[in-house]
Design a binder for this molecule. Structure first.
Ligand SMILES: [Zn+2]
Length: 390
């Protein structure tokens, strides 16, 4: 049996080492080797060799193939002082990597020579790494994507049926700033579907009830509440706070048109959703990439065709389905991944459990996003509806 010293020495004799001067020279080449950092996460976060990849020693066997699939690729393994990377280099050779060296003296020696370091900015703290671990395991999100989510800002129009699930999932996902516009207070008829609110929040402004629920769910999220009805008077002030994505959970067309026009003029993606009885729909209006709401409905309906003012019924879980889809689209847009519902209207029927997709086209004559726009200022439509028939 050998001591650690003897074991280290024995292993060192079986691998190739380079000093940091040589390492620095290789680092500057046009086709440099892969610099593989085998230290622990906390050490990596304090600074690493620029463009290095990180696989902690304990994960080397299971993760290296994913990180460096090409076994002929030259690898410079390094750690703090060159001991852990000695064992790492030996392991890599056993795994069939043909061109591996260990950096003698490690990053400590690299730093002593004044060679460049890269310190990750906005890296996740240990608690966040645990909280978002299921995101970190998805390559399309990962740490970079999670940091992006924490820096992203989503504006929700309404904290009602659609806004509730959307806000909860966006908050749970770690979207760093959620704006919520809602002038209403919580009443008993809301609780059948508006899961941001509870019996204890009856009579409370929805914005405050929502902020408390979100704070309890995820303290990483900052909520900006706007306890007001969205109008042409306040929309620019609210948008001036700076948003990446708008999620529209409004249940009336004056707001829908206001938000649509604002999204086009500010070039903001707008995630649309609506619900009625057992049927819901969702789409993404991305200015100039797909249609906007006015490409489909240039003007509000004439009064005689407007829906009745009597409150429409809705299956309580339906906004859960549609609002969750809206949250999913908003997260994809914030991360820039996947294929959002641009130019596609997704229809869901809860009674038959069917999803249908309808293609939507941009209208070149659209009064807002068309080639010769005729609407260039906000319009406050008065909400009207046909008299309830006897
Ligand atoms: Zn349009």
């Amino acid at each position: 049996m050998s001591s650690y010293r003897e074991f280290l020495q024995g292993t060192r004799e079986q691998i190739d080492e380079i000093d940091v001067e040589r390492g620095h020279k290789l680092h500057g080449e046009t086709d440099p080797p892969v610099f593989l950092d085998v230290r622990e996460r906390e050490e990596w976060d304090e600074g690493h060799i620029p463009a290095a990849v990180h696989v902690p020693r304990g994960w080397l066997e299971s993760r290296i193939e994913q990180t460096v699939p090409d076994r002929t690729k030259a690898i410079v393994a390094y750690c703090a002082s060159g001991n852990r990377s000695t064992f790492a280099a030996r392991t890599l050779e056993e795994l069939g990597y043909e061109n591996v060296v260990s950096l003698a003296g490690g990053i400590n020696d690299w730093k002593r020579h004044g060679y460049p370091l890269e310190v990750p900015t906005g890296a996740l703290g240990p608690e966040q790494r645990t909280r978002y671990s299921r995101h970190l395991l998805i390559p399309e999100v990962g740490e970079e994507g999670q940091v992006k989510l924490l820096q992203s800002r989503v504006l929700l129009i309404g904290a009602g049926g659609l806004g509730s699930p959307a806000a909860l999932y966006l908050a749970a996902a770690g979207v760093g700033t959620l704006g919520i516009i809602d002038a209403d207070v919580v009443d008993e008829t809301n609780l059948q579907r508006q899961i941001l609110h509870s019996t204890a929040s009856l009579g409370e402004p929805k914005v405050e009830s929502a902020a408390r629920t979100i704070r309890e769910l995820n303290p990483d999220v900052e909520v900006r509440g706007y306890k007001e009805q969205l109008t042409s008077e306040n929309i620019e002030r609210i948008l001036a706070d700076g948003w990446d994505v708008i999620v529209d959970g409004a249940d009336n067309f004056p707001t829908r048109y206001l938000v649509n026009d604002a999204a086009v003029w500010h070039d903001l993606p707008l995630v649309h959703g609506s619900i009625f009885r057992f049927e819901g729909q969702a789409t993404v209006f991305k200015p100039h990439e797909g249609p906007c709401y006015r490409c489909l409905f240039p003007q509000p309906p004439p009064p005689e065709l407007a829906p009745s003012c009597a409150e429409g019924g809705v299956l309580g879980v339906l906004p859960g389905v549609i609002g969750s889809l809206q949250a999913s689209e908003a997260i994809k847009l914030a991360l820039g991944i996947g294929e959002p519902l641009i130019g596609r209207l997704l229809l869901f029927d809860a009674l038959t459990t069917t999803f249908t997709e309808v293609a939507l086209r941009r209208d070149p004559d659209c009064p807002v996003c068309g080639e010769n726009p005729t609407i260039t200022e906000y319009i406050d439509y008065v909400e009207f509806c046909s008299p309830v028939r006897a």
